[in-house]
Design a protein around this ligand. Structure first.
Ligand code: ADP
Ligand code: ADP
Length: 231
């Protein structure tokens, strides 16, 4: 799984700079957490790495690839292998679970319908949702909806997975279960994982690496153990 490296990255919207001098490395095959208060730019950073927003300056490397020098086609290939788990799971209310999960495959691949069904069922089984194929999102519990979002984020065999506040809205027990599931999926799919959270406490037992944003910059990055020594 590839490293993600940010070099002198400046992030923001239009003329507005949210954070600068970002020299950050997310180690390949590991779980990194990005923490910081509300409005410090955690989501903005992820949107930049996903190429949803143009960097104001600096570079983003995914593995050996400098995203700014790749052709559109090469960028597209990397984007397809980059999964995102949004807070709300981003499921479409009008589609049954099977069709929600199949959506990226139908849009971005030419796999046969049979092959698509096989992948969708595999991901839903991994999430413990094998019994819920025919249900609509509003028939799912909060925890099931999160897992369905995760199933969808995993259909394209991502090398990299970003999760934005994955446990928001869940009670502590369900949060711990989802965290555990994320960790298992990271190993199962050999992914580099970046989890955005405002809650340092909940994730620290799981993460290998922590990045703290604040005051318009990166305040800390490194091992969780090192951070604990300085606290
Ligand atoms: P966090 O995820 O750390 O809570 P965000 O990245 O969502 O922070 O937001 C960082 C700052 O950028 C906030 O001040 C927010 O209001 C601002 N912001 C977020 N989205 C936009 C946008 N689309 N246009 C302009 N400013 C935005
Ligand atoms: P989060 O911090 O969890 O991403 P927010 O509540 O900050 O969520 O933002 C929700 C949405 O609104 C995001 O897509 C963000 O881009 C957008 N947004 C936030 N702040 C602004 C802003 N000042 N101007 C325009 N859009 C914004």
């Amino acid at each position: 799984a590839p490293n993600i490296r940010l070099e002198n990255l400046v992030i923001g919207y239009g003329k507005k700079t949210i954070a600068k001098d970002l020299n950050i490395e997310f180690p390949g095959g590991k779980l990194s957490m990005v923490v910081g208060g509300s409005g410090t730019g955690k989501s903005t950073l992820i949107k930049h790495i996903l190429q949803l927003l143009p960097p104001k300056a600096g570079r983003i490397f995914i593995g050996e690839n400098d995203m700014s020098t790749l052709s559109k086609r090469e960028q597209h290939c990397i984007k397809q292998r980059t999964g995102v788990l949004f807070q709300d799971g981003a499921l479409l209310g009008s589609l049954r679970l099977v069709d929600n999960i199949a959506l990226p495959l139908r849009e971005h691949t030419r796999l046969s319908e049979k092959e698509i069904q096989r992948i969708v069922e595999d991901r839903l089984n991994l999430m413990g949702l094998g019994h819920a194929l025919e249900l609509y999102p509003n028939e799912l519990s909060g925890g099931m909806r999160k897992r369905a979002g995760l199933a969808r984020a995993l259909v394209m065999d991502p090398q990299v997975l970003f999760c934005d506040e994955p446990t928001s809205g869940l009670d502590p027990v369900m949060s711990a279960e989802l965290d555990q599931l994320l960790l298992e999926m990271m190993c199962h799919f050999d992914m580099t994982m970046v989890v955005v959270t405002h809650d340092l406490a909940s994730m620290r037992a799981l993460a290998d690496h922590v990045v703290i944003l604040g005051e318009g910059r990166c305040l800390y990055q490194g091992d969780i153990e090192e951070l604990e020594k300085t606290e």
